[in-house]
Design a protein around this ligand. Structure first.
Ligand SMILES: [Zn+2]
Length: 343
């Protein structure tokens, strides 16, 4: 019997030697042909295989429990002034770097250039028009490539946070640390104060060592959550790929390694995001809208975002905040505000 099916059987409460017919009937041979069980076929697994599979199951259960224990989910956000929802507009300023890191063809790189030269300005103008403070997750190298717009964004008081050095996390821990330090130094110089957050997959211990108070990279919960590892906790400002412009609009040029062609109707995206906002508004939640100036910066999409913000502002109790503000608020809450999985 296939190991996955066997584990599935155990996990769903079936006993050894008494496999439900539905499970056995679904069993496939390695050539993909359904093999119907012969009478007396059940329970034919040799003892040693049973023991190793049971040991594997125990291992899986222990790993699942350890993973559950790692998370503390925010359940009582108590947003300032009785707000019903906190909304973060977060911009990943990877522009051309994402494309060059993946060795993509010139037209892909040009798409990234658009972000630095046009999209970032339009994103800034939109935030300013609505009086909203955004968070710009910025690879350190982007500051060299697009200094004018990033200086302007910094001068307007928007938050800058780490987004790696060249939009990838190196495997070597020594180089990881070097990249984090470089980006921290560049962003500190840009804004006059050290950044306090990151959007990356650097190890949590290193993120905390850099003095960062949050990461914004995980999907474990609609609300912010804490991740516990090695006796330390790191706050995560959750994102969701359904609320990410790249999932709808990031198309790949011929020869690009991009895995999908996406050119969605912006009205459809507006509907999806507005419904997501309304659901979180009613639930008393959080929405982190992940954007990329090279994607959202096209005029029709900026108009869509404009409409979304206008609708949000028509409702009372919406807290438009930077990621830093949300993080500091969450970290100041009493521990009872988070539900930690102990079992
Ligand atoms: Zn990015």
């Amino acid at each position: 019997m296939d190991r996955r099916l066997f584990l599935q059987l155990l996990a769903t409460g079936g006993a050894l030697g008494a496999a439900p017919a539905s499970v056995l009937a679904a069993e496939q041979t390695s050539r993909g042909v359904t093999r119907h069980p012969a009478p007396g076929d059940e329970g034919s697994l040799p003892l040693s295989s049973r023991e190793s599979l049971l040991a594997e199951l125990e291992e899986l259960q222990a790993a699942t429990q350890a993973r559950r224990r790692r998370y503390c989910h925010l359940t009582q956000p108590d947003w300032p002034d009785g707000a019903k929802i906190a909304v973060n507009f977060t911009f990943d300023v990877d522009h051309v770097l994402s494309r060059t890191a993946n060795d993509e063809p010139p037209m892909q790189v040009a798409k990234g250039e658009f972000g630095g030269r046009v999209g970032a300005w339009r994103s800034l103008e939109l935030l300013e028009r609505h009086g909203i403070v955004g968070t710009f997750f910025t690879p350190g190298r982007s500051v060299d490539l697009y200094p004018a717009v990033l200086r302007e964004i910094a001068e307007r008081g928007h938050e800058f946070a780490d987004h790696m050095w060249e939009h990838y996390v190196p495997a070597d821990p020594v180089v990881q640390r070097d990249h984090m330090l470089r980006t921290r130094d560049v962003l500190t110089e840009l804004t006059g104060r050290p950044p306090v957050g990151t959007r990356s997959s650097y190890p949590d211990a290193l993120v905390l060592e850099m003095g960062y108070i949050y990461n914004s990279h995980g999907f474990a919960s609609p609300l912010p959550f804490k991740v516990r590892r090695d006796g330390k906790e790191l706050l995560n400002l959750s994102v969701h790929l359904a609320i990410d412009d790249a999932m709808y609009f990031n198309y790949g040029w011929i020869g690009s390694a991009a895995s999908a062609q996406r050119l969605s109707d912006q009205d459809l995206v507006l509907d999806i995001w507005w419904q997501a906002f309304q659901q979180q508004y009613e639930a008393g939640g959080y929405l982190n809208i992940a954007l990329h100036p090279f994607i959202i910066g096209h005029s029709a999409r900026i108009a869509m975002l404009d409409e979304l913000i206008t609708r949000m502002k028509s409702l009372p109790g919406v807290w438009f905040a930077s990621s830093e503000d949300v993080a500091r608020h969450c970290l100041a809450l009493p521990s009872e505000a988070f539900a930690c999985n102990e079992e």
